[in-house]
Design a protein around this ligand. Structure first.
Ligand SMILES: C[C@H](CCC(=O)NCCS(=O)(=O)O)[C@H]1CC[C@H]2[C@@H]3CC[C@@H]4C[C@H](O)CC[C@]4(C)[C@H]3C[C@H](O)[C@]12C
Length: 324
């Protein structure tokens, strides 16, 4: 499972949790402006916007899971197993292989409105990266400070949905996730009052009862509601530290602890990493399951006019601050 969310304070933030039972081997990868992209069906692109994100780098190619560009657009791929279906190559579209989708959008779109325009003539096609990587079944959230959209390529075509809540998890398809929120419209961060019956002396005997009924389990549908409630009600100061801290707390609401989600005998899905990008400033913050200290890579500390990928390893292992 995975969860993605956006958050706006003074700056715009975008990030995700990546939940799985093993890691593909990830790095924080910066693609500078002159790294040549060679799209399988859409030609060469020798210069473009710079990108930073989490990727598996294979044969010098950044297979991004989530990333942002220098202009303020963020994008993440999340599992959409059983529902994702990719198209065949046709001559009347920009045919973009599923693994090229993040580079295709982030390399040339400065705003969400440019993304919408580009998507009008795009098809996501089933060309695999190589035999080693079977096609991942994904759907995507794409955001800038003005809003978010969800992109789902299914057997009946490419769906582009407005995403007014700015979160995404996994199955079911996005319209069902949004519809389900109707069932929780009575939840509130405020204390409830007794509307059950005037004849009963019911009281709010504990704090936090306004959200009683918010689902607590790890299913994708439950995480969608939980992170939506948390994000929509989240409140923080707008400094960088307060915003980043609050963002990790929002995604902390859907954190997966080892042992609670068994996917095979003795195999557990966990939150491998959590990311928080300051999209405005081009900074990629992250924590991992084994490292709660926030680490960061700032794209603007690199020469973004280069032509070679710049990669940083994911720092693992708890960093404990002993006080004596
Ligand atoms: C496993 C992850 C999703 C985690 C998730 O959502 N778990 C929920 C389970 S559940 O749905 O709730 O049951 C996804 C998210 C992004 C993916 C990579 C995208 C680039 C590339 C695309 C190629 O085609 C295949 C290899 C490739 C490296 C991909 C590997 C893997 O697929 C990644 C890491």
């Amino acid at each position: 499972m995975c969860t993605a969310a956006t958050y706006q304070t003074k700056d715009f933030y975008f990030g995700r949790t990546l939940d799985y039972e093993f890691s593909y081997g990830d790095q924080i990868a910066i693609t500078p402006r002159n790294y040549p992209f060679s799209f399988r069906h859409a030609g060469e692109m020798n210069t473009h916007y710079a990108i930073i994100g989490m990727a598996h780098v294979a044969g010098n190619y950044p297979l991004y899971y989530d990333a942002i560009n220098e202009k303020g657009v963020g994008m993440a791929g999340l599992n959409f197993v059983g529902n994702a279906a990719y198209a065949d190559v046709t001559s009347d579209r920009d045919n973009i292989a599923q693994f090229e989708f993040i580079p295709w959008i982030l390399s040339q779109c400065a705003t969400l409105s440019e993304v919408r325009t580009l998507l009008e003539r795009m098809a996501l096609v089933a060309t695999p990266f190589n035999e080693q990587f079977p096609l991942a079944q994904l759907h995507w959230i794409i955001s800038d400070k003005t809003g978010s959209i969800t992109v789902e390529s299914m057997a009946d075509g490419l769906h582009i949905y407005e995403n007014p809540v700015g979160v995404l998890t996994n199955n079911p398809p996005f319209p069902q996730q949004m519809f389900q929120l109707n069932n929780f419209m009575h939840l509130s961060p405020k204390q409830p009052v007794n509307t059950f019956s005037d004849d009963l002396a019911l009281t709010a005997y504990s704090r936090g009862m306004g959200a009683l009924g918010l689902p607590g389990d790890l299913s994708s549908a439950s995480r969608f509601v939980r992170v939506a409630f948390t994000k929509m009600n989240a409140f923080s100061g707008d400094s960088e530290k307060e915003s980043v801290s609050q963002f990790f707390h929002i995604l902390g609401s859907v954190d997966q602890q080892r042992g609670c989600c068994e996917v095979a005998d003795g195999k557990y899905e966990i939150t491998l990493y959590t990311s928080c990008c300051n999209v405005t400033k081009g900074i990629y913050y992250y924590t991992t399951y084994e490292n709660h200290q926030i680490s960061a890579v700032d794209m603007h500390r690199e020469n973004l006019d280069g032509g070679a990928l710049i990669c940083y390893p994911v720092i693992q292992g708890e960093q404990i601050n002993y006080q004596n």
